[in-house]
Design a protein. Sequence first.
Length: 350
Amino acid sequence: MKTRVVKAFGDPEQDREIMEEAGEIIRSGGLVAIPTETVYGLAGDAFNPDSSRKIYEAKGRPSDNPLIVHIARLDDINAVAEDIPEAAFKLAERFWPGPLTMILKKKETVPYETTGGLDTVAVRFPVNKIAQEFITASGGFIAAPSANVSGRPSCTKASHCVEDLDGRIEMIIDGGEVGIGLESTIVDLTEETPCILRQGYINEAMLKDTLGTVGREAADSEHPKAPGMKYRHYAPKGKLTIVKGKASDVARRINELVREHEGRSEKTAVISSHEHMSMYKDCRSLVCDIGSLQDEDMIAHRLFALLRELDDKEAEYIYSESFDTPRLGEAIMDRLYRAAGHSIIYAGDH
Ligand code: TXA
Ligand code: MG
């Protein structure tokens, strides 16, 4: 299959022709990769079981891992979910359109192929203009997981989608780099107490501020409610290890480790905050500046692209500092821990 890559601008006039074509692809059961404010998504018709099957195939994703249904009008929540609790409307009012996904009881009309066999459905109303135009042009209901091939870092620009999906889908809409760079926060609203299943840009404090009590699923849960959370994810090809501790201890330990690898001529890389770059000045290996600890949005925005760049550079061993920043630290570290397969070293006394 030939994959067309086309540009869109978030302007309905300019994008009209592209959106008509993309909508036609979706209505006839095909797949299109699209930008959203979080990461690129791989879109198909949410009500067409064949489209959902194709999504799993194109991503190489296990079919028990459900897809998120994307809508572009608040009212449309009623077409995919039922028994919707008041909390959902409160969250929608404050955070939609935006990077928040809600788990609700599904309507019978949503195929099990889309929900991975579950009686619940994940719903999100993205704020990205191109995504909204596209969803509307496609009939209003789009199933879309992140556009990466299963297990790889999520796509934050169109070129990442080309790397992963060229030849497997009909079209990739290039809307430039995404804004946030981490997938949406997922909140389960099917139980008594709302529960965070995946950390994201909308953090726990913001949710508590709106709902009062909010639970969270244990990070090491063996049977996570979001099936996707049990798979190793975001993994670069090299062996990634996170080194934790006081900055000076972390830098000393990483420098030692890197020297050992250099001695064996192994390609090694370091992920450092901007502030700590000078601590690695004696490294002959690649030292990557992920951004300033004062600018956590940038760290979130850069993370997945950086992991992909390290693949391109064929880094065999990667050591990363941890980035426990106040607002997005949990979401960033959730992705980084997964990428590292939870391989962590503690430097110094702790
Ligand atoms: O920001 C995002 O959410 C992006 C963009 C494209 O919207 N999408 C995304 O989709 O990250 P995906 O498929 O990579 O991650 C969706 C997660 C998976 O962990 C999946 O298991 C979980 O949501 N999920 C989907 N439906 C669910 C359900 N009914 N119950 C529990 N978890 C669900
Ligand atoms: Mg994903």
